[in-house]
Structures are given as C-alpha cells and as structure tokens.
Design a binder for this molecule. Structure first.
Ligand code: 3PY
Length: 253
C-alpha cells in the first residue's frame, strides 16, 4: 500500500526561532488532528535540521527532510552539504531535483542521478522532483519530458532501491505563481508517471510508489487534488510556512 505524504518545503525562509515556532505549532496540531492519515515531512533549511529533529523526536507521523544534498560524497566543495552529513544528524529524507535547483543551480539529470545514489547509500529516502515549464507544457510534449527526467535520474536503480523513492510532480508554471494544475491536469500526469514506472519496474512497484503533487497546493485545493486516484499527497511550498494552512492540507485526505 502506498503512503499518503504531505511534505513542507520551507525553501530559504524562516529564522531559526521562526522555524522552531512553526515546528512546535505543527506538532501541537498534528498530535490532535492527524489520525495516522498522512505521513508529515518537514523540510527546513540545513541550519534548522538538528533542532527541528529534537522537536519532532518521538512523533510517529512526523519526519525530517533536507532540501538538497551535494552530488559528491565529500571534499573541497565550499558551502555544500553531503548526504552522509545529513544522515549523521538524523535526517530521513532529501528533496532532489526541485525545479528551483534545476533552474538556478543548473542541476542536470545526470547530477541528480548521482545525488539519488548518494542519498540511498547514506540511508536517506529521496523525494525526487520532476515537472515541465510552461513552454514545454504548451508544446504538448510534457509527458515525454517528465518521463525522460525520471528515466535519466532514476531508472538505473534496482527495484529494491527504486522502492525507496518518493516522486513529486511539480509543474514549474504552478510554482510560486499562484497557478495550480487542475485536478484533471495533475491526475493525467500522475497516471502517466505511474504507467511509466510500471513499464520499468512492474505494476506492483508502480502501485506502491507515492507520487506527490507540488505547485501552489493550498488548503482550498488540496482536497480536490488528493481525491485524484494517482495523487498521493503534496510537496507544499508557501502554504507550509503557516502552521494552520499546512495542517489543514495534512487533514485533506
Ligand atoms: C511550491 O509549491 O511552490 C513548491 O515549490 C513546493 O516544493
């Protein structure tokens, strides 16, 4: 059975105090309001990780993710953070290939494949992002484009490794723009991703893969998106910075 997941990607927001306050508020609300429906993942900036970890310790349903890791195992890469460092502070997940990293830091499918490998070698579960720009959507070739991102960064994995990956479909035209893919648009892509996974790893693995939707997901649209057969949750940007909004999304299953 695949898992329902709601992951909050804080991006480069929140001072340490603000991040800890947000975590405490979320913890107080999810303890009361989430009855094992969805796994909650918090992805704060690197410097918040250890203290957020202390706050969520013991909560069965709340997990910790980093927003990125470097594609090298270690070495002279000033300012970077490795997968093994993340593992050493108790991080469980890592977001890999967010469109902002692909766009502003020129991350390629091959680099992302290296990050996925390092994440898995260091016992981190990758949340692998894929998605098309507005230009590619309008060209009509968006499904091929997304499948190619998945193929080039993930299809070298063994079945056992692939089963550890969570996919997040994030149409770039819906990130930070206030535009959301309609539930029909999201379902179409999620179903195509699942079919593509089945073509490589078989129907059982595809059925068990959690595919999250990201891109201006908020309390007002989460219910409709999560009701789609192939949408297993969300990777939440802006709305993850407000505890009430985030928890309302968590409760949308
Ligand atoms: C967004 O919804 O803006 C995101 O980028 C989530 O990662």
């Amino acid at each position: 059975m695949r898992q329902h997941i709601v992951a909050g990607n804080w991006k480069m927001n929140n001072s340490l105090n603000e991040g800890l306050k947000l975590t405490t508020e979320i913890m107080n609300m999810v303890a009361d309001e989430v009855r094992g429906n969805a796994k909650v993942i918090l992805a704060p900036p690197f410097i918040h990780l250890t203290q957020v970890k202390s706050l969520i310790k013991g909560a069965k349903n709340v997990h910790l993710s980093a927003q990125n890791c470097n594609h090298n195992p270690s070495g002279a890469f000033t300012g970077e953070v490795s997968a093994s460092m993340l593992n050493s502070v108790g991080v469980e997940y890592v977001i890999i290939g967010h469109s902002e990293r692909r766009e502003y830091f020129n991350e390629t499918n091959a680099q992302l494949a290296a990050k996925v490998n390092l994440a898995l070698e260091n016992n981190l579960l990758p949340i692998f992002c894929c998605g098309e720009s507005l230009e590619i959507r309008e060209s009509g070739n968006f499904i091929d484009f997304i499948c190619n991102q998945i193929k080039e960064s993930l299809f070298h994995l063994s079945e056992e490794q692939f089963q550890k990956v969570v996919i997040a479909y994030e149409p770039i035209w819906a990130i930070g723009t206030g535009k959301t893919a309609s539930s029909e648009q999201a379902q179409e892509v999620h179903a195509a991703i699942r079919k593509f996974i089945a073509s490589k790893y078989g129907a059982n693995v595809a059925d068990d893969t959690s595919i999250l939707y990201g891109g201006s997901c908020k309390p007002s649209n989460a219910k409709e998106l999560f009701a789609c057969a192939d949408v297993d949750g969300g990777l939440i940007g802006g709305a993850s910075l407000k505890s009430r909004d985030f928890v309302d999304i968590v409760k949308s299953f």
